[in-house]
Design a protein around this ligand. Structure first.
Ligand code: NAG
Length: 266
């Protein structure tokens, strides 16, 4: 009996000493990356994977939306999935759901409207939750909305005359300077390369300390993509496209039908 007790004590001591510290160490981080995405580029990528894909755009498709708030340890990606039993519960964000649908939308048509939130919460939110202002699901998502309100890239870029266009191209320095001028910290600028090698701006990341103060994003990524002092994966000499979302409205559809009918009846 006492032997069994001893084994039990040894076993629990083992668990406490080895298992628990590993969990804690794995969830430590240095700062938060706040990522905004450009819906038109995200939609383009989604359709590229499969032509039958559709996008579920926010009402205002000319606005940067939230991708997530990501706790990050210098020089590494993550931590992630810090509590695998803390599941996303749609009831918790009910009070801000309408706002989230516009400002933190899942643009991937045909997938659950909760798919992005549930993923961001499970992967990043459960790690961010050790910080008091982000210590619940509601607080995590509310904080994202606050960050967006204060640092929306739509306004920051527009103040330097960088606006969505399908004809104009911008240089990576134009974009980086515009952001630095407003927040005085180094951001990370991400592009997607499309057919023909064109670079489309896809994400802008800004960084915060654990006290939620803006800080430089230097050192947060493992990939070495510092180009001429700018943290980016975009092509540094080619122009970058900040695309407008093309909506086909009923009159465009009608026009297409009419031209087709005209050809058909000739
Ligand atoms: C994980 O989340 C569950 C559900 O909210 C909670 O009860 C538990 O205490 C959490 N575990 C840790 C280690 O924080």
């Amino acid at each position: 009996m006492s032997e069994l007790k001893a084994i039990f004590i040894l076993f629990t001591t083992f668990i406490i000493h080895f298992a628990v510290p590993t969990v804690n160490a794995g969830s430590e981080f240095d700062l938060l990356i706040f990522t905004q995405q450009w819906p038109a580029t995200a939609c383009k990528e989604w359709k590229k994977h499969n032509p039958s894909h559709t996008c579920s755009m926010p009402k205002n498709s000319e606005t940067w939306t939230i991708h997530g708030i990501w706790p990050t340890k210098m020089g590494m990606i993550g931590p992630a999935f810090c509590n695998r039993t803390w599941f996303f519960d749609p009831e918790k964000i009910r009070p801000i759901e309408e706002e989230l649908l516009q400002k933190w939308p899942n643009i991937y048509g045909g997938t659950s409207e909760y798919a992005l939130w549930s993923h961001e919460w499970a992967k990043h939110g459960t790690c961010a939750a050790i910080l008091k202002p982000l210590n619940s699901e509601l607080h995590y998502f509310q904080n994202g909305l606050e960050f967006l309100k204060t640092f929306t890239m739509t306004d920051i870029l527009e103040k330097s005359s960088i606006v969505p266009s399908n004809t104009e191209k911008y240089t990576i320095s134009d974009i980086n300077d515009a952001i630095k001028e407003r927040i005085n910290k180094n951001p990370v600028i991400e592009c997607k390369v499309e057919e023909g090698g064109d670079n489309y701006i896809s994400e802008i990341r800004i960084c915060f300390t654990k006290e939620l103060q803006l800080t430089d994003c230097d050192g947060v990524v493992t990939r070495n993509y510092r180009n001429g002092g700018i943290l980016t994966n975009c092509h540094t000499t080619k122009g970058i496209i900040y695309p407008q979302y093309k909506k086909y409205t009923w009159y465009v559809e009608l026009y297409k039908l009419l031209t087709w009918l005209q050809w058909f009846t000739l």
